[in-house]
Design a protein around this ligand. Structure first.
Ligand code: ARG
Length: 452
């Protein structure tokens, strides 16, 4: 019997069905159904015989899903109904007992939480691999000077290792964020039923233990309404993708002849269909471009959930495509970023030439005067005057004469020329977290200790 006298309209069916994408939840749905059936038998809600029949049918379904031969049907609305339908085909009447003491509302929340947990772990693993690659790359370019930038203007020289390790710490924070995602998704929704709990004395704690959750959701209404863990995952993914986009953007800039700081390997570049000389850093460009897509998924889900009355609403079916695409996109980007960095060739001469620009020592000259007792604000002005004189006469700072220096400030003596000596402006940055080699070595060691 059905409550409905009319068949579903085709347009409604197409709008309503989620099987086209939620089939990906199949393995989680099978795992939670197994746990559910065992618990039902344990509590005497189904017989041991029915349990065995159902478990064996679930094994078959798992194999069919695995091998890509699960017989989906035109009228399967979603993965939960498809699996229950198939279990019943295989198990016979016992199949009709699978959905005892369960609703699709607690079921789907549980599948999605399991998906989020699995993919947060996956993101963490891939982040760790990328972080290890960054640490290796930093070690190989430990004492290579390069210009550091603000406003994309050369600012102060730093070591390439120091610059690369900046990304290491961004990704370390991302890894922490995915750890928080795991913690936020560790309450089991299953057992909440449609919204109010179920009419059987189920054992939710046993379910939680079997499915790897550390506790059960405290409130059945919250349990079926909650998608915070999806928002958390999308937020962590969006921030991580933003970090990857900054890395990508730098590699794009650095690959241009104008910078000439690096060349990506052929394995991560493509040519032009018309210009035979071109080698384009497409991987880096796409890393740059994927971030807004993931941030868009986060914004979209906030839009879906905001203002929704409790409890489950069909709107919530819209969580999945955003989640799946964000997970797929991020996982691919993390692997590609790692591969791109593993094969990248940095160009020592170009980096050194750009960092040898003496104007990058302007702060160091100002600090020289500070050490001689001049207040920093005043010395800043004195050095600005020196820079201006040099620029106006088309010379470098060290080409200014003793007399010119003295005219700018009486405390400017031969130490001025010593400060401009090579390397001095990097090795003087000895503050904790600074670019002096001792500090970078210390930092690299700290970074290594963060890796498994
Ligand atoms: N396909 C649905 C979703 O993804 C499953 C839950 C349906 N629940 C319901 N009461 N119609 O949200």
């Amino acid at each position: 019997m059905s409550r409905f006298a009319q068949p579903q309209d085709d347009a409604f069916r197409a709008l309503n069905a989620s099987i086209g994408f939620d089939w990906r939840l199949g393995p989680y749905d099978v795992a939670q159904s197994r746990a559910h059936v065992r618990m039902l038998a344990e509590r005497g809600i189904v017989t041991g015989e029915d349990r065995d029949t159902l478990l064996s049918a679930l094994d078959d379904v798992e194999r069919e899903l695995d091998e890509g031969r699960f017989p989906f049907r035109e009228d399967d609305e979603d993965v939960h109904m498809a699996i229950e339908r198939r279990v019943t085909e295989i198990a016979g009447p016992a199949g009709g007992r699978l959905h005892t003491a369960r609703s699709r509302n607690d079921q789907v929340a549980t599948d999605v939480a399991m998906f989020v947990r699995a993919h947060a772990l996956q993101a963490r693993e891939r982040l760790e691999a990328l972080m290890a690659t960054l640490a290796d790359l930093a070690e190989r370019h430990l004492d290579w000077p390069m210009p550091g930038y603000t406003h994309l203007q050369r600012a102060q020289p730093v070591y390439v290792s120091h610059h690369l390790l900046a990304y290491f710490w961004m990704f370390d924070r991302d890894r922490e964020r995915f750890g928080d995602v795991l913690r936020g998704a560790d309450r089991l929704p299953l057992g909440a039923g449609a919204l109010a709990g179920v009419n059987f004395a189920t054992d939710r704690r046993a379910l939680a233990a079997e499915l790897g959750f550390s506790a059960v959701a405290e409130n059945s209404i919250d349990a079926v309404s909650n998608r915070d863990f999806v928002l958390d995952f999308l937020a962590a993914a969006a921030t991580c993708a933003t970090h990857l986009s900054r890395l990508g953007a730098e590699v794009v800039l650095w690959s241009s002849e104008e910078f000439g700081f690096c060349e990506v390997s052929d394995a991560f570049a493509s040519g032009s269909s018309i210009m035979p000389q071109k080698k384009n850093p497409d991987a880096a460009e796409l890393l740059r471009a994927k971030a807004p897509r993931i941030a868009g998924h986060l914004v979209a889900l906030h839009g879906v959930l905001h203002g929704l009355p409790l409890t489950y609403n069909k709107d919530m079916q819209e969580d999945k495509e955003h989640l799946f695409d964000a997970a797929d996109t991020l996982e691919l980007c993390l692997v590609a970023a790692r591969g791109m960095l593993e094969g990248i060739a940095l160009r020592r001469e170009r980096l050194a030439a750009a960092s040898g620009d003496e104007f990058l020592a302007a702060t160091d000259v100002a600090d020289l005067l500070v050490r001689k007792g001049v207040p920093f604000r005043e010395s800043h002005g004195v050095v600005a005057g020196l820079v201006r004189s040099a620029l106006e006469s088309g010379r470098s700072l060290s080409a200014l004469s003793r007399e010119e220096l003295a005219a700018h400030h009486p405390a400017l003596d031969d130490d001025f020329y010593a400060v401009l000596g090579e390397g001095a402006w990097l090795e003087s940055k000895v503050s904790e977290g600074g670019t002096a080699l001792v500090r970078v070595r210390e930092q690299l060691e700290l970074a290594r200790s963060r890796l498994p």
